[in-house]
Design a protein around this ligand. Sequence first.
Ligand SMILES: NC(=O)c1ccc[n+]([C@@H]2O[C@H](COP(=O)([O-])OP(=O)(O)OC[C@H]3O[C@@H](n4cnc5c(N)ncnc54)[C@H](OP(=O)(O)O)[C@@H]3O)[C@@H](O)[C@H]2O)c1
Length: 340
Amino acid sequence: MSQHSTLRRSVVLKRRPNGAPEAEDFEIREDAVPQPSAGEVVTRTIWLSIDPYMRGRLREQQTYAQPVNPGDVMTGETVGEVIASAFHDLAPGDVVVGARGWQTHSVTPGERLVKLPRHAAPLSAYLGVLGMPGATAYRGISEICQPKKGETVVISAASGAVGSVAGQLAKRAGARVVGVAGGAEKCLWVQDSLGFDDCVDHRSLDLGRELAAACPNGIDAYFENVGGAVQAAVFELLNPFARVAMCGMVSQYNEAEFPPGPNLGFVVGKRVLIQGFIVSDKPEKLAEWRALASPWVAEESLTYREDVVDGLESAPDALAGMLSGRNFGKLLVRVGTDPA
Ligand SMILES: NC(=O)c1ccc[n+]([C@@H]2O[C@H](COP(=O)([O-])OP(=O)(O)OC[C@H]3O[C@@H](n4cnc5c(N)ncnc54)[C@H](OP(=O)(O)O)[C@@H]3O)[C@@H](O)[C@H]2O)c1
């Protein structure tokens, strides 16, 4: 381990944010890089993933996962290099993905880490298109939206890590795919690079009218990532027997109290299916997705975009920016150098 730093830096929650998270809600803690006990490995972090669910972990209430408490290291998925191992299946130099938190080094039970192939795809891809966000899109589209040829599918947060994959999967199924994204630049990319048929800017003054114009045959499936005004505009246009995959509602993650919900009476008459899902409920789907999508990434038939910020200290600001739409593509923090 001698060629590596002996100092570990971790981002620790100092206090629960009130509204949008701020850098002052976190602090950096320094200590010595730990040694592994039996069954553990020590890794140095290369990439840290920033994801909207992290805002939920900062709330006091437990949701589907344990909250992060003041004094705790922030949770997060990372790609890292093993620098010391007391676990039979991993050796120094191996590259792994797993939940190792916002820190430069971590000590983790080896059985919780997945070893990555070294040159099949850029390592950062295992946190985005080939990782949890990609698998989320895969589950929501294949299990709930189930698009058919000629149907209209709407995807919100369409330029993001999940939305960009969800829309491309719906296109592969032969659907007409309409994205919703924030701003002209994102909408242009969603159409030109991802191949969506249309994209509506949710900041438009008349979102409902523009969405209706983009969906002249109504909406057969909706992949929900944002909630709020976008959800209201989509629900107006749902067709009988429409399917709604409730993936997330990022527009309200910073709110202390959630706004009153929509009147769902139409769900009965239109026989709409609305189903929530959490990607980690079916961990086996991640490996299935990786196997399916790796060739698409290699042959560049599945397009993805990354938004990289540098340095562990940038993570709190990056999370705050994501919750206001500052990121353009899968948001990642480069914490350490990529091994050659
Ligand atoms: N259910 C699960 O297991 C699961 C797993 C992973 C992710 N998710 C959910 O999937 C969604 C997308 O996650 P992601 O990782 O792909 O993030 P992302 O889309 O890459 O980034 C979040 C995006 O949300 C949009 N946004 C933020 N505030 C908004 C607002 N007030 N109104 C409309 N859009 C807003 C922004 O895009 P614009 O600039 O386009 O508005 C922002 O770039 C989130 O809701 C997340 O919680 C769920």
